[in-house]
Design a protein around this ligand. Sequence first.
Ligand code: ZN
Length: 280
Amino acid sequence: MRLYPLLSGEIRLANAFFVPPDGALGPYRAMLAQILRRDTAWAPVPVFLIEHPTQGPVLVDTGYARDAAGGVTRTMGRSSAILFDHRPYDLDALLARVGVQAADVRTVVMTHLHNDHIAGRERFPDATFVADRREWLAGDKGGNTLATGGYVPSMVRPITRREVIDYDGPRAQPLGPFQHTVDLFGDGTVTLISTPGHAPGHQSILVRLGGGPEVLLTGDAADLRSVVDKPARTTIMSSEEQFMDSLRRLHDYVAEHPQTVVIPGHDPGYWPSLAPVYGE
Ligand SMILES: [Zn+2]
């Protein structure tokens, strides 16, 4: 079993956007820095391909749309086109390089439904999309606050093949410091971990690769590797309290499992240090 980190594109983020200044106005100051493109870095927009022995290719998040280069407003929504600069890459070519065609993908696990994670959904028309119940609700509804502006309902609503994860349901169980996890395929390979706070139904994913290392995909519960070691809030949060609680649990898990490969959501400095493939 293998896991490939794939760079579906890059998004230009102000450094203040990752970890905003202290104080109640910090997130708004970070947003201003973002609007003014002050002190920015190109951050990865990752997609992860898991070669699963019985489920075939499983994808985590969808990256950019095929035609994103031709019109970010249409494919990402207006707010994302104004707030961020985008560099979409050719995900089909990246998948082909590891022997996968988009049409082969049957399962897409969504960390959450913000536009930079769901924009590539049309590439996978036959896949079932897996997300937390609260995230489906938020994505279908949208909004225009700091916390809800990242959803574009016209991207989410057309997705009809949905697996709704209920972290209070019978499949949910605790795992170490995590209160709510779900063993997606029932074989221990892909464990979904409820890590709300960046988005109301955000989930991280623990992938156990058999003989290889285990890989923890934090999603946007931790944009940067450094905040797993030293928890700090971010700019876009549906709940700061939940965000910090989720991040502390990730911190505790990693402290207890130092061999785990931790891959954060959008870390420009850390991405180049990743291996092209994990597992064998
Ligand atoms: Zn997000």
